[in-house]
Design a protein around this ligand. Structure first.
Ligand code: FAD
Length: 256
């Protein structure tokens, strides 16, 4: 258990069964450090620390997601790692970190291994973390520092809400002002958040300027498999996601 903000609500009225390991005293894995090749987001880093740490432009999407996670109280306790390990389809931290090509570092007594975030989350509330491992860090490659990024979240109300759809986008431009790299990830519309690789390829070479959203078509979102539930119908999720993808891309190119 880290912040406990997923752990306790999941218990409902029940008391915890078995042994609970509280890792909150492990100061060594708290906070964000800059290494030669990676930004290291320690496994106990809270959302508030993400918001307060000065970071390059490419982290704007992650910071925007952090500001929308629950309330300030939840952001003070809840950790990035907890959000990833809980592996909810609606976890707001996942799309921005997928767009950053993040890896997770898993540490056990025996070994340390790194797994790309897209492979770490294996399904709805399932990860490839083994019982003897803790998520000791999220590693973000230092390849996109100057790329613009944006996060947009749709819920039934503005704050303290489980997402209907979320989109994170990242756009790096070349010297002529065209898209050099684009990354787009959508959350809450499949068992786990997904990158839209076909769209990303289609955007490369386009002018990185307002109007870029027109390049996004319904076909680009065909990899998503939204469900209908109490929050929204599947059709609504799909339709809303198209709009959110366009808005996230527009936000990236309008911001510099
Ligand atoms: C009122 C409320 C509002 C919320 N709003 C949002 C929201 O808007 N968006 C959103 O995405 N989430 C939201 N959440 C969910 C939650 O706050 C986040 O997912 C948070 O980031 C979880 O982090 P935590 O440290 O509290 O995790 P915990 O509850 O401590 O742990 C969650 C799970 O991850 C495991 N775990 C935690 N850390 C590690 C680690 N380092 N290594 C291995 N396993 C670990 C635990 O064993 C547990 O299974 C909300 C929760 C509440 C109560």
């Amino acid at each position: 258990m880290a912040g406990g903000t997923d752990f306790y609500p999941a218990l409902g009225e029940r008391l915890p069964q078995g042994t609970v390991v509280d890792i909150t005293a492990l100061r060594e894995i708290r906070g964000i450090a800059v290494e030669t090749d990676y930004f290291r987001i320690g496994g106990l880093t809270t959302w508030t620390e993400v918001i307060r740490t000065p970071l390059p432009l490419c982290f704007d999407a992650l910071k925007a997601a952090a500001r929308e996670i629950g309330s300030v109280q939840i952001q003070n306790r809840g950790t990035v790692a907890g959000n990833l390990c809980n592996a909810s389809p609606a976890a707001d931290g996942v799309p921005p970190l997928l767009a950053l090509d993040a890896l997770v570092e898993l540490t056990s007594k025996a070994a340390v291994r790194r797994v790309p975030l897209g492979q770490f989350i294996a399904g709805n509330r399932r990860t490839v973390r083994r019982p003897d491992e803790i998520l000791s860090a999220v590693l973000v490659p230092r390849t996109m520092d100057r790329a613009a990024s944006a996060f947009v979240k749709l819920g039934a109300r503005r704050y303290l809400v489980i997402s209907i759809s979320t989109v994170a986008a990242l756009v790096a431009r070349d010297q002529s002002g065209r898209v050099q790299t684009a990354r787009v990830a959508v959350g809450s519309c499949s068992v786990s958040a997904l990158r839209l690789y076909d769209l990303e390829s289609a955007l490369v070479g386009l002018p990185a300027q307002p109007g870029i959203g027109k390049a996004v078509s319904e076909d680009h979102l065909s990899v998503l498999s939204p469900i209908g539930d109490v929050r929204a119908t599947a059709d609504y999720r799909r339709d809303a996601s198209l709009t959110l993808v366009r808005r996230a891309l527009e936000a990236c190119v309008g911001s510099s």
